[in-house]
Design a protein around this ligand. Structure first.
Ligand SMILES: [Zn+2]
Length: 290
């Protein structure tokens, strides 16, 4: 499986480094003093975009701060050396003074590698996840991790409700379940600052589906996102150039309809030892494992 991880990394990295830069209107601050690994960008003083430009995955994680608590969306690739015993927590301690809860956008290996550095782990309050949790311990399956066998489990300290206002302290967010890439995928919708964090559901790069049946779920989720967001929202993904054009929501919806109607046809490709179909539509690509 490690072999797959490195192949995944190379392929995804190649994709992302080929992405064009967006015309972001935000200040960029690098953090070369401690370790030249992260690139942090701050929006509205309380939203930290944490990129790992040198990671094989082109990861982007987000620290979403309220006045009383902060939500960390994903934990980075874990491919760096770190500083004084932590690979990510040292950076977060510099960025915020309020308690941090970790929320995984989904359970794939490339989003959870520093999970052990977090005392507070919030899961979305999905029945499927709660049923699998015993004495606060959730055990990850190989399929959920996609590659590798880390982490084996997590201690869930908080269940965050879905589609419900959550106050981080003068900052209202909601979680919403966006099935398609994986069943447990969630988006964080920041209603106060009009930001939407979409994980691997939508980012600047080729999107991945792991079953042809997921097209239906993806379509349902994109319909839902379009129904709850308006163009005043700014969108952010978990790989590559962080900010996504709002128009990509509609483009993805049209793309999925095209696949569902068989108007779009995929090109057969053998990837990571499996059969896939690669679809292309305007500026977007979707790879489906079949
Ligand atoms: Zn990912």
């Amino acid at each position: 499986m490690k072999k797959y991880a490195s192949i995944v990394g190379i392929l995804i990295f190649t994709l992302f480094t080929n992405c064009s830069k967006s015309d972001e209107k935000i200040d960029v601050k690098t953090d070369p003093v401690v370790e030249d690994w992260y690139k942090t960008t701050t929006l509205f003083t309380n939203t930290h975009i944490i990129e790992e430009p040198k990671s094989s995955q082109g990861n982007v994680s987000y620290l979403i701060e309220g006045d009383s608590k902060a939500l960390m969306m994903d934990t980075g690739s874990g491919e760096n050396f770190g500083f004084e015993g932590t690979k990510m927590k040292y950076l977060l301690n510099d960025l915020t003074a309020v308690p941090i809860s970790l929320l995984l956008s989904h359970f794939h290996f490339d989003h959870n590698q520093n999970i052990d550095e977090f005392d507070n782990i919030a899961f979305p309050d999905l029945p499927s996840l709660k049923q699998k949790t015993v004495n606060h311990i959730y055990s990850f399956s190989a399929e959920e991790l996609f590659s590798g066998n880390f982490p084996t489990s997590a201690t869930v300290t908080e269940w965050m409700p879905l589609n419900t206002d959550i106050d981080l302290g003068n900052r209202i967010i909601q979680l919403t379940n966006i099935k398609g890439h994986t069943n447990e995928s969630v988006a964080v919708i920041d209603k106060t600052n009009k930001l939407a964090f979409l994980g691997d559901f939508l980012y600047n790069g080729t999107l991945f589906l792991f079953d042809t049946d997921d097209v239906t779920s993806y379509k349902t989720s994109i319909d839902h996102l379009i129904s709850i967001l308006d163009p005043s929202y700014r969108l952010f993904g978990a790989h590559g150039v962080p900010e996504i054009s709002f128009s990509k929501l509609k483009e993805l919806q049209d793309f999925l309809i095209c696949i569902q109607n068989n108007t779009c046809s995929g090109t057969s490709q053998f990837v990571w030892g499996k059969d896939t179909l690669l679809y292309e539509y305007n500026t977007m690509k979707i790879r489906i494992f079949i």
